[in-house]
Unconditional design. Structure first.
Length: 106
């Protein structure tokens, strides 16, 4: 279960980075076209600016959600390890053995 949460969290973090990159590119485009005064260009810049503001707000919400879920997963893992230390040690040893076998095959 923890692996699924970690994969989900990692993919959400990648999505956040990608959205930040898109927002930065769009802002750069807005700055590059700042001198344009034609009607359609001005109208399009206003729409893009509005959409960027909405995207920033959604991105902030996603970042908060990812941070909260990451903290919750870490807390749940910590709680499980404290309640079941020998099972956690056995699981870690098994994963270590599998990784060692996989690395040793190369």
């Amino acid at each position: 279960m923890t692996e699924a949460v970690n994969d989900s969290t990692a993919s959400k973090k990648k999505l956040v980075r990608d959205l930040q990159r898109v927002i930065a590119d769009a802002e750069e485009l807005l700055h590059a076209t700042a001198g344009e005064t034609e009607g359609k260009v001005v109208e399009m810049r206003e729409r893009i600016r509005d959409n960027l503001m909405a995207a920033r707000h959604r991105l902030a919400d996603i970042e908060e959600t990812v941070a909260a879920k990451t903290k919750e997963a870490a807390r749940a893992t910590d709680e499980y390890v404290h309640q079941h230390p020998w099972q956690a040690i056995g699981t870690a040893a098994g994963v270590g053995l599998l990784l060692g076998l996989l690395i040793g095959r190369r």
